[in-house]
Write a protein that binds this ligand. Structure first.
Ligand code: SAJ
Length: 438
């Protein structure tokens, strides 16, 4: 199997399958096809499959023309029919690993993908899970599903491994192709052959580790590191407000240290589909070993509290500056995306801020040049189509929850009675008498 697969990789005869055509799967499928490997995308959503087969891109980090050309050349197509897995030699599983309403891992997408693959898995195939998950998922959950569903033996008939996705949506410098990749297979041969497959596609380092569990754990460490450091600066932001010290100025001073310090900044909470969620996958698994990851818990409590804290600050601004109660005041929230200059609002803390402001009786409008409307807990929120001086003047307070580069900061700062800036979005505005920083 090993020699045959190595030769097929070198000859670019490997047919690639990518299961899950989202912000991870679609860029990966495009890179594989661009590298000369015929690629089949698998997704349960007809809409996504239709768009791909029409050469229409729907992921900001993918270049529209590249996708279109690959589809027209027959290098890339999509399907909902998992029986086509039988034609595939390398399968990457890139499906979501969310949390349920009780912050417990929801591994059902990974499980159902493996069950869809298993009956059609052919001999001499590589299967790689890329979805961020708890250490042990590949070996304890995926391996038995694939072996029992296919009658094949892992290691003898197919190779299985884990290679964490590293996608930073909106990052202009690091994309799928130039971001180092970690690979951990079940057995040395699996690691070697799967790493070779990634090397044939990516222009970045492929770093081999001794098992899928090491690769699963390193990904969780990457994101937990961010979660906890953001929790640290969020907690310090609350303390520094009491001490009348600007934490933003403190962090900028600390980052002059050329080693041993990475700057993180406070915000209205933690958004996105990874950083707020991934640490809970580890915390959940740890309990199987009678262990509680206290730091993850503590950071989660702080980060989850930030939206409420931001509303408290807005209420204080209204009371001290305008002698107004939050109840009945007009509040404009600017930026509902979970981070700057993207159109994604999943887990965005701004949604919680708006929900709480409304609960407290404020008259809330939002504007986000990237997001016209969003759905949150079954309710659809429509944003303003645009903002102008008149709209800004009417507000009792304006809240920045994202620092999109295409906001008109001059106009807003000149016309707003009061601004609560949770992202230091107005850092270049000189006249700061109506601005309060988180
Ligand atoms: N945030 C802060 N303060 C900071 C940095 C971030 O409040 O100093 C907030 C952001 O506003 C956002 C959340 O944290 O709401 C997550 O931010 P993020 O920059 O980690 O963005 P993600 O989740 O889109 O991307 C991350 C990747 N980010 C970086 O490495 C910079 C990386 O952790 C993973 O590759 C990726 O998630 C993933 O898919 O796992």
């Amino acid at each position: 199997m090993k020699e045959e697969l190595i030769q097929k990789i070198e000859q670019k005869e490997i047919v690639v399958g990518v299961v899950g055509l989202g912000y991870v799967g679609l860029p990966l499928a495009v890179e594989k096809a661009k590298a000369g490997f015929k690629t089949i995308g698998f997704d349960v959503q007809e809409e996504k499959v239709k768009l791909v087969n029409e050469g229409k891109n729907y992921i900001a980090d993918v270049v529209d023309e590249e996708l279109k050309e690959l589809v027209e050349k027959g290098m890339f197509k999509a399907t909902t029919d998992f029986s086509k897995i039988k034609d595939v030699d390398f399968i990457a599983i890139c499906v979501p690993t969310p949390l349920d309403n009780h912050q417990q891992p929801d591994i059902s997408y990974v499980e159902s993908s493996a069950k869809s693959i298993a009956p059609h898995l052919s001999k001499n195939t590589m299967v790689v899970l890329e979805s961020t998950t708890y250490p042990g998922t590949t070996e304890e959950l995926i391996k038995p599903i694939l072996e029992n569903g296919s009658g094949l033996k892992c290691g003898d008939d197919f190779y299985l491994g884990f290679s964490p996705e590293r996608v930073d949506p909106g990052n202009k410098q690091y994309k799928t192709k130039n971001t180092p990749k970690v690979v951990g297979g079940i057995g040395k041969d699996a690691t070697e052959v799967i790493a070779k497959m990634y090397r044939a596609v990516l222009g970045a380092e492929v770093y081999e580790v001794s098992s899928p569990a090491v690769a699963e754990m390193e990904k969780i460490l990457e994101n937990t590191y961010r979660n906890i450091n953001i929790g640290l600066v969020n907690e310090l932001a609350i303390l520094c407000d009491k001490m009348k010290i600007s934490l933003w100025e403190v962090v900028d001073a600390a980052k002059t240290k050329p080693y041993g310090f990475q700057a993180f900044y406070p915000g209205p909470g933690l958004g996105g589909h990874c950083i707020p969620l991934d640490p809970y996958y580890l915390d959940w698994k740890a309990r199987e070993y009678g262990f509680h990851t206290s730091l993850i818990q503590a950071s989660g409590i702080i980060n989850d509290k930030m939206p409420e804290y931001c509303v408290e600050r807005v209420s204080r601004i209204l009371s001290l500056r305008s002698k107004k109660a939050l109840n009945g005041s007009k509040v404009l929230v600017l930026g509902v995306a979970y981070k700057n200059d993207i159109d994604d609002y999943r887990e965005s803390p701004a949604l919680r801020v708006i929900e709480i402001l409304k609960r407290e009786g404020a008259q809330v409008e939002f504007y986000d040049p990237w997001i016209e409307k969003y759905k949150y807990k079954g309710i659809t929120y429509e944003g303003l189509e645009k903002i102008d001086e008149k709209i800004v003047k009417e507000q009792d307070v304006v809240v920045f929850t994202a620092a999109h580069s295409n906001f008109d900061y001059e106009m807003i700062s000149k016309n707003a009675k009061a601004i609560f800036d949770t992202r230091n979005a107005l850092k270049n505005i000189k006249n700061r008498e109506n601005i309060e920083l988180l």
